[in-house]
Design a protein around this ligand. Sequence first.
Ligand code: ZN
Length: 303
Amino acid sequence: MDFFLLFSFIEMMHISNVMCCADVAAVEEDTSSELSVGELLERANRDLTPDFDEPALIGGDIAVNSELDRNADPCTSRGCLWGKWTDGNVYIPYYITNHFSSREKAIITRGLESFSSVSCIRFRPSRSSDRDWLSIESQSGCYSYVGRQGGKQVVSLSRQGCLYHSTVQHELLHALGFNHEQTRSDRDSYIRVYWENIIDDMKYNFNKINTLNQGTPYDYNSVMQYERYAFSKNNRPTMVPIPNSNVALGKATQMSRNDIDRLNRLYKCCEYTVVRLDSHNSIQTHRLSHSHRALQLRTIHLL
Ligand SMILES: [Zn+2]
């Protein structure tokens, strides 16, 4: 059979992450005995004196090249997303420096790999030909830039306090483009911020910004949510859930369902592309949502 004729009968399907939409529930062991991510980050980043060559931090653990980036637009406005490969996956190169013990490396690797079971994100070891990549280092505290920066970008996971599953996931979500839950533009409907309890020069950490919510609800249990005493100057809460102040806040020890949902939506993990040749042997591509997949597969089988 003529190759092109064969091609016209068979649609070449790139189905990415078929499971990602239906089965995104986080499958992890119980880590409830761990401190929450907010407590860990605060403890690790308290009273830091960064080296001269390290970036400024905002929001506790977000690296910026300039303090002017404090209220930056969502990083997508400057093209911060990582690129998608033709198989529908997003491959993000990383290099783990030799600062870490094998046990510490295992924690980092587990965090990196946790994304592949719930999304189309695939962290993979870097190669010399990679243009953009994460350099995972033990610098002063836990921090990451928000989104792809271009070239090498440091994700710091200090050996003093940052090597936990939740903190690894938190910093990697920053690198993927996400910000803190408490800075969401709709947060005033879900938490009350007590400005009078916040350390004076930390108040900007509670400025609202246009975060990448992707239509997901405010999530007290997001791994990007700080706990209620974050940046407190008087041991009183700086943010409290409303209307029910007793709801647990910032107690996550791993990515929540909403964290995973918005990651899949931002990177369109649940879409797949059908590539086919039309009658003129021109390539046509069709982006389909996950819900169309069953119908499309049935059509293919009839052919
Ligand atoms: Zn953070």
